[in-house]
Design a protein around this ligand. Structure first.
Ligand SMILES: Nc1ncnc2c1ncn2[C@@H]1O[C@H](COP(=O)(O)OP(=O)(O)OP(=O)(O)O)[C@@H](O)[C@H]1O
Ligand SMILES: [Mg+2]
Length: 571
């Protein structure tokens, strides 16, 4: 409907020159054949009246169709853009973590928002312009050729030059527009970084530095745009010259033919010709900006496609979806380096068996790969060598959803969503009852804190939970994991920010929470894990020591040394 309306609108838009030509010829006693055929030979004044009536009708129809294409293109754009946006977002969710390591947040956001709106602009305006341009050219050819093919040839002489010029222009613009979109993405990423790191920025009084960086990014956008503008500004005058050449040719040769009265052309037809050529001029000079829109959209589409690459963390055809998970874990010869840093292996032939229902503490120097182990377990990344088994089934055979639902993670970097404390605890558990949420909060020693807040569980925690203390945030994320009630619990430095007293309170609760569950507790503070069934010390990407607290102390290795420094001279 949009396409039809747009085309008809253009056809009616081209009628005034035709009517003007007809009126001139009718008034000078030489009515066109169309008029003679339809209403017979009328006196000049009556012909003019009929033609004026037709003109009113045509303007009316033109308006109706303008409304028609406007509404239908805008609606189409909204619908399409919604689909694309949701497809991008939906797909982005399935992308492997390495994708998010490689791409900066602001840049990815720019794809979802700006690039998608660019497509919207194109569908709302650009598509219509192309249709109307096509109709204009085709209808002009038909009208002009039917009157005088010789003069039409003169009028259309510049067209090949224009088309060739436009194609050349298009080739020049593609990389420039992509550069603009990329620079805008970088600027967004820069700003996102700056604003979310405001605490650090302010405390280090780094505002001038950040400002300078943002200025640089903004200048890069400006420079990239300037290279676009220079080309764009050149295009229109050059093309216009070509068009004007055609226009002047029509006037000159046409006048000559009318004056010499060879029967090639009537005066009315010359006026029609001149007006139509002029009508062509304006949209054709806009060909540049129409190409411009097309190219910008193309660049945006390219950027969207970059996101739509299939994920590397995939599922097998018939993934494992057990009804019950025991929680027995096994790492076998696991070697791993991050895709962004292939040269530095993090884990190297790591072997580790964890009995279902046991509690294992993991210790090791900072940066030795403890958190990485957990990320592999959740399949945020796949190891390059070796395999990880849950209940004897390799985790890459598991349905990703089943696997991740079996593991409750309290990650080292606590992330809270904007919303209430209640919503944050019940995150991903929409069916949890208020009693369950409260029980989980009690277990994380959070309940007493929450009840002191004026609005209790309905206190808004603010973006990233900035309205809570570090320890409160940690406890909230423990409560979240407890509520998940999964067969495998992973605590990555979950209590590092709470005082030892609160930690002990949490640990007493843990005994009941971890009953019958597999628990992996990662901690630098060894008192957190000293009561674990087993303690594993990671060193150089593999298990260096493995045993109970007492056994490891007796062994006198890394663990014993760490313990001695932590307990200090009190022991
Ligand atoms: N996304 C990533 N991309 C590239 N390298 C990474 C990434 N995350 C971590 N690393 C590197 O992998 C190594 C292990 O990191 P990991 O987070 O597993 O250490 P960790 O043992 O948990 O340390 P900590 O005790 O400080 O939490 C580090 O040297 C780190 O630089
Ligand atoms: Mg860590």
């Amino acid at each position: 409907m949009g396409v039809g309306s747009s085309a008809l609108n253009k056809v009616f838009d081209m009628m005034p020159p035709v009517l003007t030509g007809w009126i001139i010829d009718s008034v000078s006693g030489n009515p066109p054949w169309v008029l003679k055929m339809s209403v017979g030979t009328l006196p000049p004044l009556e012909s003019a009246m009929v033609l004026s009536g037709v003109a009113v009708l045509i303007f009316g129809l033109e308006s109706v169709f303008q409304w028609g294409y406007h509404v239908s293109f805008a609606t189409l754009a909204q619908r399409l853009v919604h689909r694309i946006r949701m497809q991008v977002l939906g797909h982005m969710q399935t992308r492997e973590m390495a994708f998010f390591d490689r791409h900066r947040l602001g840049d990815t956001l720019a794809t979802v928002t700006d690039d998608v709106s660019q497509l919207e602009r194109f569908i709302t305006n650009g598509l219509n312009e192309w249709i109307q341009l096509g109709v204009l050219v085709v209808v002009s050819i038909i009208i002009m050729v039917s009157i005088s093919w010789q003069l039409a040839a003169v009028a259309f002489l510049p067209i090949p030059i224009i088309v060739w010029g436009s194609l050349w222009y298009q080739r020049q613009m593609v990389p420039r527009f992509l550069a603009v979109r990329d620079r805008v993405g970088e600027l967004n990423a820069r700003l996102e970084n700056w604003i979310s790191g405001m605490v650090v920025v302010k405390s280090f009084t780094a505002e001038p530095l950040e400002h300078a960086r943002a200025t640089e990014a903004s200048k890069a956008v400006m420079t990239a745009n300037r290279s676009v503008i220079t080309m764009m500004a050149l295009y229109i005058p050059v093309i216009r010259l070509a068009v004007v050449g055609g226009f002047a040719g029509v006037l000159l040769i046409g006048s000559y033919w009318v004056l010499t009265d060879k029967g090639v052309l009537s005066l009315g037809e010359l006026v029609l010709f001149a007006m139509l050529t002029e009508r062509l001029l304006w949209p054709v000079t806009r060909l540049g900006s129409t190409f411009d829109e097309l190219e910008r959209s193309n660049a945006s589409a390219t950027r969207i496609e970059r996101v739509l690459v299939p994920t590397t963390v995939t599922e097998v055809a018939t993934p494992h979806r057990p009804s019950q998970v025991m929680g027995q874990l096994c790492f076998q010869g696991v070697s791993f380096s991050y895709p962004t840093a292939m040269a530095t292996p993090v884990l190297h032939r790591l072997d580790l068996d964890i009995q279902a229902g046991s509690m294992v503490g993991i210790a090791g120097a900072t940066g030795c790969g403890k958190s990485t182990l957990v990320k592999l377990l959740l399949r945020f990344y796949d190891p390059q060598q070796g395999a990880i088994y849950l209940d004897g089934v390799p985790i890459d055979q598991w349905a990703i959803r089943s696997l991740r639902q079996s593991i409750a993670l309290v990650s080292q970097d606590v992330y809270l969503f904007h919303g209430t404390i209640y919503d944050n605890i019940a995150y991903g558990m929409p069916h949890a009852t208020p009693e369950q949420v409260e029980a989980a909060a009690r277990c994380a020693a959070l309940h007493d804190v929450v009840t002191q807040f004026e609005q209790g569980y309905h206190t808004i925690v603010g973006e990233r939970g900035i309205r809570l203390s570090g320890g409160q945030r940690q406890r909230l994320s423990i409560a979240r994991a407890v509520l998940k009630n999964a067969p495998v619990l992973v605590f990555d430095e979950a209590t590092s920010s709470v005082d030892t007293e609160t930690e002990e309170a949490i640990q007493r609760q843990f005994a009941t929470v971890t009953q019958g569950k597999t628990a992996i507790v990662i901690a630098h503070r060894l008192s957190t894990i000293r009561h674990a069934d087993r303690i594993v010390v990671l060193h150089q990407g593999a298990v260096a020591e493995d045993g109970s607290h007492v056994a490891l102390l007796r062994q006198g290795g890394i663990y014993a040394r760490l313990w001695a420094t932590q307990v200090g001279h009190h022991s």
